[in-house]
Design a protein around this ligand. Structure first.
Ligand SMILES: Cc1cc2nc3c(=O)[nH]c(=O)nc-3n(C[C@H](O)[C@H](O)[C@H](O)COP(=O)(O)OP(=O)(O)OC[C@H]3O[C@@H](n4cnc5c(N)ncnc54)[C@H](O)[C@@H]3O)c2cc1C
Ligand SMILES: NC(=O)c1ccc[n+]([C@@H]2O[C@H](COP(=O)([O-])OP(=O)(O)OC[C@H]3O[C@@H](n4cnc5c(N)ncnc54)[C@H](O)[C@@H]3O)[C@@H](O)[C@H]2O)c1
Length: 447
């Protein structure tokens, strides 16, 4: 057998790469991992974690206002962006260290350099060194897409948003997906004037229609503006701010433009095609069910494969890869019933088929729902209503999908997703005694 420097060389120290490297090393492999930015990757450094901490920070705006209705004498409170930003970044730094320590203690050699593929078993490091490995794992994630319009360089992406010097007064967010809706909520709560601009009239495609509509209605009531069916023409500097022109409506003057129009697989300049690795039209590494690419010795996991761009999925793919290739314990990721959530204000979450997907697939379906005002909102004089919806197969009442919007929806859905994944029916929920008083009890009282 050929003698390689490593059994495994992982390119990319994010959710998928770190898990794969750590587990492969625990299985006895000699592993190195290259990371060009910071160990932890998108989720830890500039994604899920700092985003969720900002969501927590932003929520205090409503909590402080509501506290008065609960008898608290809350003085006029001022918000200080640098304090929140710096505390969040300090936590990110701590996690970066924790991930580094975990890899070190599992004997994974960390190379803090950009790496590219130089052949089926060869990796070239930015410093010029070339190393060999029996297996190469591509775990380079995805990169924010920036539209090809004049002046796009004046905008920022989620990569930069966590480092803003000041809280912008007027924010324009391009896109209608996860990041756009999450940051619309964050900026709005923190006091910015927010306009979300989307090229279609649909937000959060893939989520249940009623739940999406409810978020749109609540967001508009809160004061977030939506401009649909708009395409950018150009972005120009204008005084201290930016002037944004569109194809179909009046220009907008804003202080910040945030692009949140999707994330493309991060494969540019990686040397993959030269090594014989097939990429699809979007640049994603084409892989089989075991995450193996068209080259036998090269695998890929996570966002770079453009299967499902979520951290728990990247982690599972990394774990399955390491167990299968280095642990003699082959298994495959099951993509059926992956729960997901949008940490908007309020958050929404879903698992399984939406009502329209279920109707398309099964014809007749039964829909049970609860449209209610959470007790806390009633006392706080807050009009926002929550919506829970269960989509079932008409004949058997087997649950095909569960969708919700309201306070703590992601926390509640994670537990309920177990039942949906297990293939339970509506009766299993009906047979369960309510836990009162809670919002989650609505799940066992759906009509
Ligand atoms: C703002 C935001 C919020 C998000 N929120 C959530 C959420 O709430 N829940 C959720 O499940 N998902 C969320 N995601 C998605 C989640 O972050 C990704 O799905 C996940 O990080 C993918 O993991 P990965 O290992 O594939 O790639 P990544 O975590 O992106 O890691 C790839 C790593 O590779 C490095 N790299 C790239 N090229 C090279 C190279 N040539 N050499 C060396 N290193 C390289 C990069 O620097 C990066 O660190 C969010 C994403 C964003 C942007
Ligand atoms: N809570 C979470 O789990 C979470 C949070 C953030 C991001 N993510 C992951 O990261 C990925 C990327 O997030 P995202 O919000 O950037 O993408 P997205 O795919 O969720 O949404 C992209 C949006 O941009 C719009 N769009 C596309 N091209 C456009 C253009 N040229 N001009 C204007 N609008 C355009 C689309 O219509 C869509 O509404 C998500 O798909 C998701 O998998 C997950």
């Amino acid at each position: 057998m050929a003698d390689f420097d490593y059994d495994l060389f992982v390119i990319g120290g994010g959710s998928g790469g770190v898990r794969a490297a750590r587990v492969a090393a625990a299985h006895g492999a000699r592993v190195a991992l290259a990371e060009e930015h910071k160990v932890g990757g998108t989720c830890v450094i500039r994604g899920c974690v700092p985003k969720k901490l900002l969501v927590y920070g932003a929520h205090f705006a409503e909590d402080l206002a509501d506290a008065r209705r609960f008898g608290w004498d809350v003085p006029q409170c001022a918000f200080d962006w640098p304090t929140l930003r710096d505390n969040v970044l300090a936590e990110v730094e701590r996690l970066n260290q924790a991930y580094t320590t975990t890899l070190n203690s599992n004997n994974v050699e960390i190379v803090l350099e950009r790496a590219t593929v130089a052949g089926p078993h060869a990796v070239r490091l930015a410093g010029g060194r070339e190393v060999s490995a029996r297996i190469i794992l591509i775990a380079t994630g995805a990169w924010p897409v920036v539209p090809d319009v004049p002046g796009a360089e004046h905008g920022i992406t989620s990569n930069e948003v966590f480092h803003l010097e000041n809280l912008p007064r007027r924010v324009l967010i391009a896109g209608g997906g996860y990041i756009a809706n999450e940051f619309a909520g964050i900026f709005h709560q923190l006091g910015s004037d927010v306009t979300l601009v989307n090229r279609t009239d649909v937000i959060l495609r893939g989520y249940d229609e009623s739940v999406r509509d409810r978020l749109l209605q609540i967001s508009m009531t809160k004061g977030i503006r939506f401009q649909f069916n708009s395409r950018f023409e150009r972005i120009e500097k204008s005084g201290d701010g930016l002037r944004v022109s569109f194809d179909s409506c009046e220009p907008l003057e804003v202080d910040l433009v945030l692009f949140a129009i999707g994330r493309a697989p991060h494969t540019k300049g990686l040397g993959l095609e030269e090594a014989g690795v097939s990429l699809d039209a979007k640049g994603a590494v084409v892989v089989d069910d075991d995450s193996r690419s068209s080259v036998d010795s090269i695998y890929a996991v996570g966002d770079v494969t453009n299967r499902v761009q979520l951290t728990p999925v990247a982690i599972r793919e990394g774990q399955a890869f390491a167990d299968t290739v280095f642990g003699n314990k082959p298994w495959r990721v099951d993509y059926h019933c992956i729960p997901s959530a949008v940490f908007s204000h309020p958050p929404l979450a879903g698992v399984g088929l939406t009502e329209s997907q279920a109707r398309q697939k099964y014809g007749a379906v039964r829909v049970y729902s609860s449209d209610f005002r959470p007790m806390k909102n009633v006392l706080a004089n807050r009009g926002e209503r929550a919506l829970y919806k269960m989509v079932c197969e008409a004949e058997t009442d087997r649950i095909l999908g569960l969708h919700m919007i309201g306070p703590d929806a992601p926390e509640i859905l994670q537990a309920a997703a177990v039942a949906v994944k297990a293939g339970l029916d509506k009766k299993a929920f009906d047979d369960t005694v309510a836990l009162h008083p809670s919002m989650a009890e609505e799940l066992v009282l759906l009509r």
